[in-house]
Design a protein around this ligand. Structure first.
Ligand code: AHR
Length: 523
């Protein structure tokens, strides 16, 4: 590790003895931040499911992205492309949501079982009206989740489905019996039941899932949940489709009328750079205004989680019902030349920063946010992976999820941050965003994001309750705000070992490059 100059270290200790409200501003484009880490005050468990993924029948999210079929020239195992499979296995995503999204409320699961050449062709009327040949159905999804080591989250069809269709689906998946449905599953190649961890009753039922009123949908949740009659040990956790960003009335009605029938309540919030669905802004080639505006809109997630949680607290003071942010991420204008219905967008360093911000927010609210699913896993919106024919590239967002792996099932630690604001135009965001946890590996991990695209941030962390002996870490940064990994240059944004952290007496000092995400590990 690089050692910081004695003079600077002395200066920081003097500051540390006084109030954390003040900090010096050295010359040369460096800012200073003061943090206090309470390693002696363990907080809530961070459910690994907050690192969940989402895969919808949308554009090349499934077909081409995950599934190429067993006869493809693209190297595959039973139809799953090998490169994507290996990358996702390495990412250790804990849970995978499928088949939508809006697609879920038009999907009839029986279309996707049985011999592939006998499955019906339907139209995917939500996403471009393309033909859906149902080659990737329930068995293919379950097999894929198993292959990447993820638990499954099935989003059931309430919009055009029925309680019987959902009850049958659950029996087909989970029953060890000799019922007709269990035997049908066996005949289709799966002897043992699968574990179904999460089951959602519809998606965005306030919009594409049926344009319902919350009172009507609350009754449907009660009805659909009633018929999921399986023994406790096989029973999935039941989710209700929750609010569209700031719709707090939806939360109030759902929690008051159907709260006792569910295990989780969902929230969807997308970050739009310009905050406008008709002019979202491009994924690349943007300026500093779009950079800070996007970060500031990503930070809005904190307010949403806090306010929805407060309403949930009223009806569920023991926090039995999880808040599941099962769609989140950046949504840009589609890449020029692509089908706008396929939601194809490039992924840059800006996406890495907003991914870190969102994950930190979920960690800060770990007592209530116990699942989250970024939208989406491959080729759609803020993806982990982009593919083009046989080629594949890992995005900056993939690397953020990789860097945060030690946070899975870790224990959140209190971390207060006092950092100068980063400002541009009329926008102002905290210069540093951060979270800390004690991992299952026994190490303390500190995630630090420097939101300022120009200035280095010198961070001094007062550490209480931990006599750390060594520190190492990784840094993710690049030369430009919109730096991306492309098929031609796949390694432009990639984590590198971080050498700019030093341990002092009860302190840790780190120099964060401008526009970076840093993960430190303390032993
Ligand atoms: O993730 C893309 C779409 O966004 C989902 O299908 C829908 O639920 C949301 O509106």
């Amino acid at each position: 590790m690089r050692s910081i100059p004695t003079l600077l270290f002395t200066g920081l200790l003097i500051l540390a003895g006084g109030s954390f409200a003040a900090y010096a501003k050295p010359a040369g484009g460096t800012e200073q931040a003061k943090l206090v880490l309470r390693a002696d005050k363990p907080g809530s468990k961070i459910d690994r499911d907050i690192f969940g993924q989402f895969s919808e029948h949308l554009g090349a999210g499934i077909y081409g992205g995950i599934w190429v079929g067993p006869n493809s020239d693209i190297p595959n195992t039973d139809g799953y492309r090998n490169d994507v499979l290996a990358a996702l296995k390495a990412l250790r995503g804990p849970v995978l949501r499928w088949p939508g999204g809006c697609f879920a409320d038009l999907y009839h699961w029986r279309d996707g079982i049985g011999p592939r050449d006998k499955r019906p062709v339907r139209l995917n009327t939500t996403w471009g009206g393309v033909e859906e040949n149902n080659a990737f159905g329930l068995h293919e999804f379950m097999g894929f989740a198993e292959a990447i080591g993820a638990d499954v989250y099935v989003n059931a069809n309430v919009g055009t489905g029925s309680p019987k269709e959902v009850a049958d689906l659950v029996e087909y998946i989970t029953s060890p019996s000799h019922s007709a449905l269990a035997e049908e599953r066996r005949a289709n190649g799966r002897a043992e039941p699968w574990k179904l961890r999460w089951l959602a009753m519809g998606n965005e039922t306030w919009g594409c899932g049926g344009n319902m009123r919350p009172e009507y949908y609350a009754d449907l949740v009660r009805q659909y949940a009633t018929f999921v009659r399986v023994p406790d040990e096989r029973k999935p956790k039941i989710l209700a489709s929750g609010a569209n960003s700031e719709d707090y009335n939806w939360t109030k009605v759902l929690m008051s009328r159907a709260g006792q029938y569910i295990d989780a309540y969902s929230l969807h919030y997308y970050t739009l750079p310009e905050g406008d669905w008709s002019h979202k802004g491009p994924a690349t080639g943007f300026g500093e205004k779009a950079w800070i505006e996007t970060l500031s809109h990503a930070l809005k997630m904190e307010e949403l989680v806090r306010k929805h949680s407060a309403i949930m607290d009223k009806y569920d003071p023991k926090r039995r019902v999880a808040l599941a942010v099962d769609e989140w991420g950046n949504w840009y204008d589609p890449e020029p030349g692509t089908n706008p219905a396929f939601l194809v967008q490039q992924n840059t360093l800006r996406d890495a920063l907003t991914a870190a911000i969102n994950i930190d927010i979920f960690v800060h609210h770990a007592d209530r946010v116990r699942m989250a699913n970024i939208a989406q896993m491959v080729n759609v919106l803020q993806a982990m992976i982009l593919t083009d024919g046989p080629r594949m590239v890992l995005t900056p967002t993939y690397y953020v999820f990789q860097m945060y792996q030690p946070f899975q099932d870790a224990t959140a630690l209190p971390l207060t941050v006092n950092a100068p604001a980063y400002r541009f135009g009329s926008f102002s965001v905290p210069g540093v965003y951060a979270a800390a946890a004690r991992g299952k590996d026994g190490l303390v991990h500190v995630a630090l994001a420097n939101l300022d695209p120009h200035r280095v941030m010198q961070v001094t962390i007062q550490i209480d309750g931990l006599a750390a002996r060594s520190v190492d870490g990784q840094v993710l940064t690049a030369d430009a705000m919109d730096a991306a990994n492309t098929f031609a240059a796949p390694d432009r944004v990639k984590p590198a070992p971080f050498g700019d952290a030093t341990l002092g007496k009860g302190t840790l000092t780190a120099t964060l490059p401008a526009k970076s995400v840093v993960m430190l590990n303390l032993r």
